[in-house]
Design a protein around this ligand. Structure first.
Ligand code: 5GP
Length: 205
């Protein structure tokens, strides 16, 4: 692995199964860490501060924007979400790959400043499947679900802006595809140039 890790961005309309996929990917791939975002949305049941998100007030979030603390930030479903630049930088410097689960607006901002990132979009098999998943999840009120569906429709059309596309019909197959993308990226020649130089040096007597 190179001395600096890779930023990996995944985006998907909510209900695409992105969270389950990300969790499995993190379990299976070593040296890959989840970027814990800041948000002003309320914690859902079972969510813990510092694990899924850092839950902060709007005032605190706006202070962080002013201080330039975010690599990217956006308003999604009426709440603020943002990626801490420091959180990501520390892990990349330690040689870890960092997984950002962010929306299309955030992905656009990160792409503008980090041309070397890996970007992956996840689509559900159909809008009907997505709607059914959102209702079954029963985490949100009907109005919130309606709002999420409207956003999902808009978000799905952005798949072309990403380097890779996963169509999440079957969880196991999708995880295998994700894993392949991340592992293949680690074999890129520029990322291995330091190790290659060391190997070539062993040929010289
Ligand atoms: P949820 O509230 O369901 O956890 O997330 C809602 C949406 O916000 C998801 O599409 C998720 O990818 C996105 N999101 C989560 N963290 C961030 C972030 O730090 N920045 C941006 N731009 N979007 C985020």
């Amino acid at each position: 692995m190179s001395s600096n890790g890779t930023l990996i961005v995944i985006s998907a309309p909510s209900g695409s199964g992105k969270t389950s996929l990300a969790r499995r990917l993190l379990d299976r791939v070593p040296d890959l860490e989840f970027s814990v975002s800041h948000t002003t949305r309320r914690p859902r049941e079972g969510e813990e501060d510092g694990v899924q998100y850092f839950f902060v007030s709007v005032a605190r979030f706006e202070e962080m924007i002013q201080a330039g603390a975010f690599l990217e930030h956006a308003r999604v479903h009426g709440n603020y979400y943002g990626t801490s630049a420091e959180f990501v930088r520390r892990r990349l410097q330690a040689g870890k790959d960092v997984l950002l689960d962010i929306d299309v607006q955030g992905a656009r901002q990160v792409t503008a400043v980090r041309g070397d990132l890996l970007s992956i979009f996840i689509l559900p098999p159909s809008a009907q499947v997505l709607e059914q998943r959102l209702r079954e999840r029963a985490q949100d009120t009907p109005e919130v679900i309606e709002r999420r569906l409207a956003v999902a429709r808009r978000e799905a059309s952005h798949f072309r802006d990403y380097q890779y596309l996963i169509i999440n019909e079957e969880l196991e197959k999708s995880v295998a595809e994700l894993q392949s993308i991340v592992l293949a990226a680690r074999c890129r020649t520029p990322d291995r140039s330091e190790r290659a130089a060391a190997i070539l040096a062993t040929f010289e007597r």
